[in-house]
Design a protein around this ligand. Structure first.
Ligand SMILES: *[C@@H]1O[C@H](CO)[C@@H](O)[C@H](O)[C@H]1NC(C)=O
Ligand SMILES: *[C@@H]1O[C@H](CO)[C@@H](O)[C@H](O)[C@H]1NC(C)=O
Length: 616
């Protein structure tokens, strides 16, 4: 008896020391396996049970349940079903869209984004989700790479549409505004036609060819080179994507607030898709607003919201209020949260469960933080590795390529050492690639990694694994950096800056700023012989062609742009140098929104930035 009583605490202690996470590992493994089984069964049934079928199931089991809250509008599952029927019939009547053809949307976060998606799915058409910040050349590149035949745009984006309209018309693209009339010649209106369309359900025969391999979405990601790439999201991938919301514990009782843009995978594939999976409600807002965030949460009784690290920081930076803890949010799902912000956030806004995950839109490796380890993006275990065969390999940051041994093989990193995340491409963990340019897809592949002929997806992210199996985000490699939750492709920015007449060469990179996630843009410029730097001209160019988050905030003038042995621009040293006028002898400039120019960066401006006194 005595022995038994004694041994209990000892057992407990032993478990704490040796297998502190075993139970959580097994629980997580069990739940993820069950989810994957659901996906497998769905794909194997005849006809396959896809995202749209899941939606139909919710419509029939809870027709009057609220699906979308938007401003003061409320839409039930049934409402959205009928609306998407009307859209499907309208497109059938007024466009040449056939099953398998793509249509692109250029819309903000509004209910139309969702019923258009479902309407297109009903006639077997994939949807390309254009970022509403892109313009001109970028716009055309993105649009064309999806091969879309129809463009559906928000009337507020009229200027951007008119800018590219001649090129679209030349390609025979049909362009619509989501409005009742069109102020633009060559653009038709859609809502007036929908008013007259039937809301009868659309026969399955319109999408009879759609299966797990069919394209469902094109989502744009900033690549390591040049303009954004359209990642192809298959129907199968779309089924798997809601594993994140399911595993994080979203239920049909929840009201999910989606402040992230729907054109990114997090908002659409995890948020909207997750709600459809569970039959939950969601809240949309045209644009994220820091000051309205908690009022919205109270107004709609929000229980779960999606975040990126920046968003929680913005919330923490607002003045404290008495009702900060007055809400019913219990869970936040997202990524990029730093440990210091997380602590501040919980202290201020109450005990909200934070579910951090790591996943790339097009990647085949993902991690979840299911253990509650602060700072970690996830955890590995032998069970997990068996199903998701990923590796961390040694990476040469200077040369921007994996390190290979004498036999030409890559090498795993040791615990505690940052390495490139690669995911083995198998039938169960495929990499579908990008639309259009094949070479973009090939660039993301690594061949002959550990043995001849094996194939891996190159995530472009450096992660670190500690001895207990926790995984931490380290850095992004190569030619992109992240700022305000968006990827910035350095070559795309450099191309724009290269268009100014005094620039001989531009080298773009991101630099860290104290108290901010990600990196802010900086460019090192070599001037043309006999030319002077013109801060107003550069400002005008940058504002015309680049979205806010991609505009370099700092400029450094250099006599020469250093290159690597393989003639790539060297960035590592510049990134480390940062933007301090105390240590950098070259002329430095800073973007000034008020004066609409780049002006010399003096010490007081610099100090205000690093002391958190001026806003970025
Ligand atoms: C939120 O909950 C309150 C109290 O239960 C209820 O009166 C109100 O109608 C709810 N609001 C919404 C938008 O569901
Ligand atoms: C991981 O999850 C736990 C529990 O929800 C949370 O406390 C912790 O902050 C999370 N880690 C990160 C980096 O979000």
């Amino acid at each position: 008896m005595k022995a038994a009583v004694l041994s209990l605490p000892i057992l407990w202690l032993l478990r704490r020391i040796f297998l502190p996470y075993l139970w959580k590992d097994i629980d997580f493994f069990y739940r993820s396996t069950r989810y994957l089984k659901f996906v497998e069964n769905s794909l194997n049934s005849d006809p396959p049970f896809l995202m749209l079928d899941m939606f139909y199931q919710q419509v029939s089991s809870r027709p009057q349940k609220t699906f979308i809250f938007y401003q003061d509008e409320v839409y039930t599952y049934k409402d959205i079903d009928l609306k998407s029927n009307q859209l499907a019939w309208t497109l059938k009547q007024y466009t040449k869209l056939q099953e398998g053809d793509c249509a692109a949307v250029f819309l903000g976060n509004e209910p139309a984004f969702i019923w258009t998606w479902l309407g297109l799915a009903k006639i077997g058409c994939p949807m390309a989700c254009l970022n509403y910040n892109i313009r001109a050349k970028s716009f055309l590149h993105c649009f064309k790479s999806s091969g879309a035949k129809v463009l559906i745009a928000a009337p507020e984006l009229q200027d951007a549409v008119e800018e590219v309209l001649p090129a679209l018309v030349e390609d025979g693209v049909q362009v619509f505004y989501l409005s009742r009339e069109s102020p633009t010649i060559g653009v038709d209106s859609l809502l007036d036609k929908m008013d007259f369309a039937s809301d009868e359900s659309v026969p399955r025969s319109y999408r009879s060819q759609v299966n797990g391999q069919s394209s469902a979405l094109y989502i744009y990601t900033s690549g390591t080179t040049g303009l954004p790439k359209a990642a192809i999201i298959s129907q199968g991938r779309l089924l798997i994507s809601s594993s994140i919301s399911t595993l994080s514990g979203l239920t049909s009782e929840d009201v999910l607030y989606i402040p992230l843009p729907l054109y990114h995978s997090a908002g659409l594939m995890i948020g909207v898709r997750g709600c459809i999976q569970q039959g939950a409600s969601l809240v949309l807002r045209k644009k994220f607003s820091v000051s309205q965030f908690w009022d919205d949460c109270r107004k709609y009784n929000v229980t779960v919201f999606q975040y990126i690290g920046e968003l929680l920081r913005y919330l923490c930076n607002t003045p404290k209020k008495d009702n900060d803890k007055d809400h019913c949010v219990r869970l936040a799902i997202g990524n990029g949260l730093r440990a210091d912000v997380w602590k501040e956030f919980i202290q201020r806004f109450g005990d909200i469960n934070i579910y951090e995950f790591y996943a790339a839109t097009e990647g085949n490796a993902a991690f979840f933080n299911y253990t509650g380890k602060v700072g970690a993006i996830g955890r590995t275990s032998f069970l997990f590795k068996f199903f998701r065969p990923y590796q961390l390999i040694k990476f040469d940051v200077e040369k921007e390529e994996p390190v290979r041994d004498n036999a030409g093989h890559c090498m795993n990193t040791a615990n505690g050492e940052a390495g490139l995340l690669i995911g083995k491409i198998t039938e169960k963990t495929p990499f579908v690639g990008y639309a259009g340019d094949k070479s973009q897809t090939e660039k993301k592949l690594l061949i002959d990694v550990f043995q001849k002929g094996d194939l891996y997806f190159n995530s472009g992210d450096l992660l670190m694994e500690d001895k207990d199996g926790f995984i931490y985000f380290h850095d992004r490699v190569g030619d992109t950096f992240r700022w305000k939750g968006e990827n910035v492709a350095t070559t795309e920015v450099a191309d724009v800056i290269g268009m100014t007449d005094f620039v001989e060469e531009a080298n773009v990179y991101g630099v860290a700023v104290p108290f901010h996630e990600g990196r802010i843009g900086m460019v090192s410029i070599k001037l043309k012989e006999g030319k002077n730097f013109d801060g107003e001209k550069l400002y005008a160019k940058v504002v015309e062609y680049l979205p806010n988050y991609a505009r370099p905030h700092f400029v450094r003038l250099q006599d020469a742009i250093e290159v690597t042995g393989t003639f790539k621009q060297r960035k590592v040293g510049l990134v480390q140098d940062g933007f301090s006028p105390l240590t950098i002898k070259d002329p430095l400039y800073v973007l000034d929104e008020n004066e609409k120019c780049y002006k010399p960066l003096d010490l007081s401006t610099y100090n205000a930035l690093v002391d958190r006194k001026s806003k970025l």
